[in-house]
Design a protein around this ligand. Structure first.
Ligand code: MOS
Length: 703
């Protein structure tokens, strides 16, 4: 018997490839993004441009705004001497323009307001800032990443230690001891971060409105309110359309504060602020580089006896963010002796933040290349090695896994990919001037439902329902899948649902992040719909309304909920140039029920392409003298293009996880990027016999 957590849904629309409900708005250009909104009778907008620090650490000795103010169209220049005061400056990333301190190269030090975007930009170039520079440290090294944070993102233990790793390694028949590295990576959603902000007096109380390109409108409200010294109900944030986020819009960054502060000095005129692509490389978060020291010990049959994963990475001095790189190592494979740790270099650099599958992405890269090395050392097929190390229960919590189907994913992928024909020895297949190989890696991502979501259902008459929740569709298809979920929960068709989202005046919703959106918001919608039907019956009166949140899931304490996948890659490495091509990439996933196969395929394939991109291209190169990225555009920071993404396929197991959510879904946003880079790196090893232990894997490694 399945222990369902609510009344079973009558599944009708869920599971069908319903076209995107906002597709027409988007492809016809009618969808308005954050700086495209006409905000009505509050005056023509002023345009803001950020001035950023050219030194990594020190004090601002003086700012001369004169030349900027003399420029036609420039209205004002804000800096720490004249900017409105913030009530709460505890968030060092966001508390901009409050003092003369400079914490990193690229920090906001001033802001220009002008009648046009061009004038604002020209004015920003004319602001003269003088600095008193101070000594700084901006380079991540093994010998400076020694600081132990209290916890890692979001509230995960820093270190774990079970059994006796050193003794087990001393006794192990086979040991793999290697260091793996991942590069600085930068989220680059198509729509740069942008905000339109305006203040107005409402009954004498100031009220702030924003259109913001964010993954969570309520999170922006709760972040801004204490800083600006207003109540949460004095701020309204809307994000009807968002052009991607990948974690970088999961929290408000400094530009949102900049727009809100600037709009305090415009007599009510709105302020439009668009972060430039170049500024996004410092101001809106990035993934730290990581160094993973792995030690795996195994018996002669390849059964792991010890797993040790020591992580070194960076945070910023001005605000702490610790990527949870070792967290997947704690649950992926069985071993009686296990140790993990995270150490940070606290550097005078921009603040790292969430980027698709923080932790899992770099951590599983390291673990799954190490597993490939262990398979070679044991003379085992890499799939067989993983099968032998399947844990019976979650090694981290001791709880049973809810539905761990990694082996099913590996076997199905092997069948579809033609793994049985793979030669065991590396460097055994040539095709003309290309070495050809295949690689595999596991993928995993935790399944999460966030507390604090509510939905409202109102009957509109004539069979129609308004369903409201303040969640955001950042391009994933959330608006569509929530419509499908609401339809099934109300026993009607998706065309009968008017879904309202993306406004902080709607019932509260958590961030579109952590692959938790559909589960968290969908659960609230199902709860509200079922309560509505219980309260109002099948023939409700127009105007009948119910607001509800999902009950706590009694299964949450009983099981370890994770999703799994297996990624297969074929790599071809050119014998003379080292050029790498990936003609085939396949991911097979166990992620619960798929709510919409069309949007889900796009999420999973997108994740695979982003993993391929990390495997071969993405590398934020920093100037060690200042710690800022010198690769700060898409010409120098390479991402996979169409010509790189060849045959990329995603498949999922036919399943439904009703112990986790009433929809049976578990979340799909992030798992596609996990393991993919390892599968590609492992395939290049199999092609060439050359082991590369860092990403990106580049041509020079094979020459
Ligand atoms: Mo995702 S990095 O949790 O938005």
């Amino acid at each position: 018997m399945t222990e369902q957590q609510t009344v079973p849904l009558d599944i009708r629309s869920i599971g069908t490839p319903h076209p995107r409900v906002d597709g027409v708005e988007k492809v016809t250009g009618r969808a308005a993004y954050a700086v495209e909104h006409e905000v009505g009778d509050v005056g023509d907008p002023l345009h803001a441009w950020l001035v950023t620090s050219r030194v990594p650490k020190g004090r601002i000795a003086g700012i001369d705004a004169g030349p900027a103010l003399a420029h036609p169209g420039v209205v004002s220049v804000l800096d720490h001497t004249n900017a409105p005061h913030l009530d709460d400056t505890s968030n060092g990333e966001l508390a901009i323009l409050q003092d003369d301190r400079v914490h990193f190269h690229g920090q906001v030090v001033a802001l220009v307001l002008a009648e046009t975007s061009e004038a604002a930009r020209e004015g920003a170039a004319l602001v003269e800032v003088r600095y008193d520079e101070e000594p700084f440290e901006a380079e991540l090294r093994e010998d400076n990443a020694t600081y132990r944070p209290d916890q890692v993102n979001p509230a995960i233990e820093t270190d774990t230690d079970e059994g006796d790793v050193d003794a087990a390694l001393a006794d192990a028949a086979v040991v793999v001891e290697q260091t793996y590295r991942t590069a600085y990576e930068h989220n680059n959603p198509l729509e740069p971060h942008a905000t339109t902000a305006w203040w107005r007096d409402e009954d004498g109380e100031p009220a702030l409105s924003l259109f913001d390109s964010t993954q969570g409108v309520h999170g922006v409200v709760s972040t801004l309110a204490p800083m600006l010294g207003v109540e949460e109900d004095q701020i309204r944030v809307r994000a009807p359309y968002v052009g991607g986020g990948f974690g970088s819009k999961g929290e408000a960054h400094a530009h949102v504060l900049a727009a809100a502060l600037a709009a305090q000095v415009t007599d009510g005129r709105p302020v439009r602020l668009a972060v430039t692509r170049q500024q996004m490389f410092t101001l809106t978060g990035y993934r730290t580089a990581t160094i993973s020291h792995f030690r795996l010990g195994a018996d002669a049959d390849g059964r792991l006896t010890a797993i040790e994963h020591r992580v070194q990475e960076q945070t910023s001095a001005v605000r702490e963010f610790a990527e949870q790189t070792a967290s997947p190592t704690r649950m992926l494979y069985a071993a009686p002796n296990r140790r993990t740790s995270h150490r940070l270099a606290r550097l005078d650099v921009a603040v790292p933040s969430w980027m698709r599958a923080p932790g899992e992405m770099p951590g599983v890269f390291a673990h799954e290349v190490a597993m490939d090395e262990l398979a070679v050392a044991c003379g085992l097929d890499p799939i067989e090695l993983r099968v032998r190390n399947e844990p019976e229960t979650d090694p981290e919590t001791g709880k049973p896994f809810n539905d761990r189907r990694l082996v099913d994913c590996l076997r199905r992928g092997a069948e579809r990919f033609g793994w049985a024909d793979r030669p065991e020895a590396p460097r055994s297949t040539e095709d003309g001037e290309w070495w050809v190989g295949t690689g595999v890696a596991a993928a995993t991502y935790p399944a999460m439902v966030q507390p604090g979501n509510q939905a409202r259902v109102r009957f509109l008459g004539e069979g129609r329902y308004a369903v409201a929740i303040g969640s955001v569709d950042i391009g994933t298809g959330a608006r569509t899948v929530l419509t499908q979920i609401a339809a099934d929960a109300l026993g009607t068709g998706p065309d009968a649902i008017d879904l309202e989202i993306a406004d902080s005046l709607l019932p509260p919703a958590t961030v579109a992040g952590g692959s938790s959106g559909t589960s968290s918001w969908g659960g609230a919608i199902v709860a509200a719909a079922q309560r509505f039907r219980a309260d109002h019956g099948t023939e409700p009166s127009p105007g009948a309304e119910t607001t509800a949140s999902a009950a706590e899931n009694p299964n949450a304490e009983k099981y370890a909920f994770h999703s799994f996948g297996a990624v297969f890659a074929e790599a071809r490495v050119h014998r003379w140039t080292g050029e790498i091509r990936v003609p085939r990439l396949l991911g097979v996933y166990s992620v619960g029920r798929i709510v919409n196969p069309a949007t889900a395929r796009s999420q999973l394939v997108g994740g695979l392409v982003m993993g391929l991109s990390a495997a071969l291209f993405e590398e934020g190169v920093r100037d060690p003298r200042f710690g800022h990225p010198v690769t700060q555009d898409l010409a120098t920071y390479h991402v996979a293009a169409h010509a790189d993404a060849l045959d990329v396929q995603a498949e999922w197991l036919d399943e439904s996880d009703e112990r986790f959510t009433p929809m049976g879904s578990r979340g799909i946003g992030e798992i596609g990027i996990v393991g993919t880079a390892a599968a590609v790196a492992n395939a290049t090893y199999h092609a060439t016999g050359v082991r590369v232990r860092s990403i990106p894997v580049t041509a020079d490694r094979f020459l």
